[in-house]
Design a protein around this ligand. Structure first.
Ligand SMILES: [Zn+2]
Length: 235
């Protein structure tokens, strides 16, 4: 009551706070970029047709909210599309095809890890997630061969920090070939994360929007009183 800033609704979300799919090409081009310009058209078409880019009010972690999120499962359930995505990733990150164990957490990353496994012949190991849907180092399926390096696979990386437990699967960073993902949201922070650990990394799309602090003055969703959606629930 009283001094609340008038809510300026500058977009229309579903009335119950459910996210909506971003399907127009102009918005997609504004919101997503690729470090690999020769495949960006194909990637944006896949994202548009599957509705994988969501608009809403997402909690990335307790200190960061985001107006958009990439839901990879929209692509992952379609084997033809996920195979195309895997082929693009192998093209831009040839280290994925070298003999290794592919490791991912039990999120939608499984779709991508399995597609990479089918294409490269490398085995796939999956680790459990905790009750907050954060990756752990506990193996759910598959084995980590002590003689083979690991390729870490994620569907959507925000800063990379949640992958830290997976780096505990081997004694040193030299035992990892690198990290690959479909999308990276906080690109600069993820690049720092990978550089500090001396890990190669590649991904297909990056977000152009910034996450914000969870405060009405900073975050459009908070200002509009939109329902907060835990981003992990969409992975
Ligand atoms: Zn917010």
């Amino acid at each position: 009551m009283g001094n609340k800033k008038p809510a300026m609704k500058n977009r229309e979300l579903a009335a119950d706070g459910r996210p909506v799919q971003v399907k127009d090409d102009r918005s997609l081009r504004r919101l997503l970029v690729s470090p690999h310009s020769h495949i960006v058209d194909r990637l944006l078409t896949i994202i548009r047709d599957t509705g994988a880019l969501l608009e809403g009010h997402f909690e990335l972690d307790p200190s960061r909210h985001s107006p958009y999120f990439v839901r990879f499962s929209q692509i992952g359930w379609n084997q033809t599309l996920v195979d195309q995505v895997a082929a693009m990733l192998i093209e831009v990150a040839p280290f994925v095809a070298k003999p290794s164990t592919i490791v991912c957490a039990e999120t939608s990353a499984i779709f991508l890890a399995q597609a990479l496994g089918r294409k490269t012949g490398n085995s796939v190991a999956v680790t459990a997630i905790d009750t907050m849907r954060q990756p752990t180092a506990m193996l759910r399926t598959g084995n980590v061969d002590s003689r083979q390096p690991i390729v870490l696979v994620s569907d959507v990386i925000t800063t990379g920090r949640s992958l830290t437990p997976l780096l505990g699967l081997k004694p040193s960073s030299s035992a990892f070939r690198g990290i690959v993902a479909f999308a990276v949201l906080s690109t600069a922070r993820f690049q720092d994360f990978a550089r500090e650990r001396n890990l190669e990394s590649e991904w297909l799309v990056s977000s152009t929007w910034e996450a914000s602090s969870p405060a009405p003055a900073e975050c459009r969703g908070c200002a509009d009183g939109e329902t907060l959606l835990p981003a992990n629930e969409f992975s």
